[in-house]
Design a protein around this ligand. Structure first.
Ligand code: UT7
Length: 330
């Protein structure tokens, strides 16, 4: 897709839980160190939700901030799409819970399951629905409570992931500039076991075996995903630039999924851009899966790093393996 879609990002918001978990916390009971975690991932700390902060609560708080930022009432929403790999329930959708709690009585609601690339999938769906005229104002959310799905004794995952939520209100744009310029989604469905949470679904319903086998936790082949991600992200950015006729320099900001600072650094080096052109918050929040791109986007808007007319590229890759890329003009 390289046809401009008249979409406006009318407001953004984020909510990060208060509790900070430092690298030293893990070094206190696992065979790991602050030095290993910082050098291999770029993470210094991450956030953990309280007992009452379910995914829907994180999402609702981010959504309220996005609506306030857009100066909109929840009743103006036509649709809510929540991207999450850590929903409140298998069903109903977390988006339904959010709809009820926001009082967004005029909105439909559904979840998107594309893990770390979920927000890009939600943004693509919302853009298509708005530009086709099916919906006019859509709230999209990336929200995760990964700390509840991680084995606290698995050093390869526990140090990486954190909780949080980011949201954006998308609506029809009246100006020809303000638009989605490019949007593309992809998947390699032969790699479903590279990052997965095997049990609790219809294939391996909860049983003593699934619990004893620690199958209700997420598992990741980190090195394999790392290698795949570097090559794929670079290729997808090149594809997006080629399709739009833009140069890397034209982008005000690149917002990559915050999975590993070394992945971001490899992409930056290949694009020949300075690090200032990249949004980075992995040092403070770790990998928050579907929340990472919208949280970084909200920070960039509020800090004034991006504003009206700026070109922004967002890209994320995660379990599935799935990926999504979008270039927008604010
Ligand atoms: O968000 C969805 C997409 N996900 C990604 O893009 C994740 C991509 N992958 C990564 O970011 C990296 O692969 C990790 C950060 C997960 C791991 O870093 P790595 O440099 O790829 O390490 P590795 O998995 O190749 O492991 C190297 C060594 C191993 O020890 P041995 O077998 O060489 O003795 C691991 O057991 O590092 C060990 N290790 C650790 N050591 C200290 C793994 N985790 C830790 C740890 N502390 N926390």
């Amino acid at each position: 897709m390289n046809q401009r879609m008249p979409i406006r990002f009318a407001g953004t918001g984020a909510y990060m839980p208060d509790e900070v978990i430092t690298n030293e916390h893990f070094a206190g009971y696992l065979d790991t160190s602050d030095e290993w975690i910082q050098t291999r991932t770029g993470i210094r700390e991450r956030r953990k939700s309280t007992e009452e902060e379910y995914t829907s609560v994180l999402a609702r708080k981010a959504s309220e901030r996005a609506l306030e930022n857009a100066s909109m009432d929840p009743k103006e929403l036509d649709l809510i799409i929540c991207a999450t790999a850590t929903p409140d329930y298998l069903f109903p959708s977390t988006a339904s819970v959010i709809q009820g709690e926001l009082g967004a009585v005029n909105a439909g609601a559904f979840d998107v399951s594309a893990a770390c690339a979920g927000f890009m999938h939600a943004a693509a769906a919302a853009s298509g629905l708005i530009s086709s005229g099916i919906h006019e104002t859509v709230l999209i959310i990336g929200a995760e409570r990964l700390t509840r799905f991680i084995d606290n004794h698995e050093r390869g995952t526990v140090v990486i992931f954190g909780d949080g939520a980011g949201a954006a209100v998308l609506t029809k744009s009246k100006s020809p500039e303000q638009s989605v310029l490019y949007c593309n989604l992809g998947c390699d469905g032969t790699r479903t076991e590279d990052i997965w949470l095997p049990a609790g679904g219809s294939r391996f319903p909860a049983s003593h075996d699934t619990i004893d086998g620690r199958k209700h936790y997420m598992h990741m082949r980190g090195r394999d995903v790392y290698k795949f991600a570097v090559v794929k992200i670079i290729r997808e950015i090149e594809r997006a630039l080629e399709a739009t006729g833009l140069k890397a320099d034209d982008l005000k900001l690149v917002i990559p999924h915050q999975s590993n600072l070394r992945i971001i650094e490899s992409v930056r080096a290949k694009m020949g851009l300075p690090m200032e052109q990249f949004a980075v918050n992995i040092d403070r929040y770790g990998n928050t899966s579907a929340a990472s791109v919208p949280v970084a986007f909200d920070e960039a808007r509020r800090d004034g790093r991006v504003g009206d007319g700026d070109l922004v590229l967002m890209i994320a890759l995660g379990a599935g393996l799935t990926w999504g890329t979008m270039i927008i003009q604010l």
